[in-house]
Write a protein that binds this ligand. Structure first.
Ligand code: MD3
Ligand code: FE
Length: 208
């Protein structure tokens, strides 16, 4: 494992650059793509407008995060196959245990796949009942321009480049901050077959 060099970006926001070395990144991507054969990536629809996301998604774990015209929710089954989500692989539980100071395990690993041109507008993650738990994010593949601000849409923002193997945690005062992916820098990495970026976010959903 890479030497741990955490960087405090803001209160509750901690970045471990290159937490995973390249061979481990490759193993994670292979595992994600293998699990995505039974829980395929699909394009969620925005609540109300039903516009498709530019990002493709799937989930691992007992609960998966869904965006549907009716709203956002966590559900135990894949919306297309009706099957339960695959279990969260141990290699992804490991960073939660190592860097997230939270006693219960994550229940959701949301997988975001950014192919050419995909991005994610500014939003808050607040569909979880357990907001005392941090969110742990793993970036793989192409570099991304990540922007985050405060707990309202107004006010100053910070921009940070997320690269393959980086782990970022959001807890305490940052748990409800606005954040998004302004753009992905195409072909900045060759990790993901077919090009692009994968982001994994580990979440605790229910209160223990
Ligand atoms: C701050 N994903 O899945 S990861 C998301 O790179 C999401 O795909 C982005 O935002 C991505 O919801 C950003 C960083 C991140 C993830 C979850 C957070 C930051 C967060 C939850 C709360 C606060
Ligand atoms: Fe988010």
């Amino acid at each position: 494992m890479a030497m741990v060099r955490p960087l405090q970006l803001a209160a509750g926001v901690t970045l471990w650059r290159e937490y995973f070395a390249r061979p481990v990144q490759q193993e994670i991507v292979e595992t994600v793509m293998r699990l995505a054969q039974s829980a395929p990536f699909y394009r969620p629809l925005m609540p109300k407008t039903a516009n498709p996301f530019s990002v493709e998604e799937t989930n691992f774990g007992p609960l998966g995060w869904l965006a549907e015209p009716g709203g956002y929710r966590y559900a135990p089954q894949h919306p297309v196959t009706g099957e339960p989500w695959p279990a969260i692989p141990d290699m992804l539980i490991e960073p939660w245990r190592s860097v997230a100071p939270f006693p219960q395990p994550p229940e959701c690993c949301l997988v975001n796949l950014y192919r050419a041109g995909a991005k994610m507008g500014a939003h808050q993650d607040r569909d979880e009942d357990e907001l005392g738990a941090p969110v742990v994010s793993v970036s793989l593949g192409d570099d991304a321009v990540f922007r985050f601000g405060g707990v309202t849409r107004k006010g100053p923002t910070q921009t940070v480049k997320l690269s393959s193997g980086d782990v970022l945690t959001f807890g305490g005062p940052s748990r409800l901050m606005f954040h998004g992916i302004a753009r992905v820098i195409a072909a900045s990495s060759d990790l993901v077959h077919g090009g692009g970026r994968i982001n994994l976010t580990l979440r605790r959903v229910t209160k223990a």
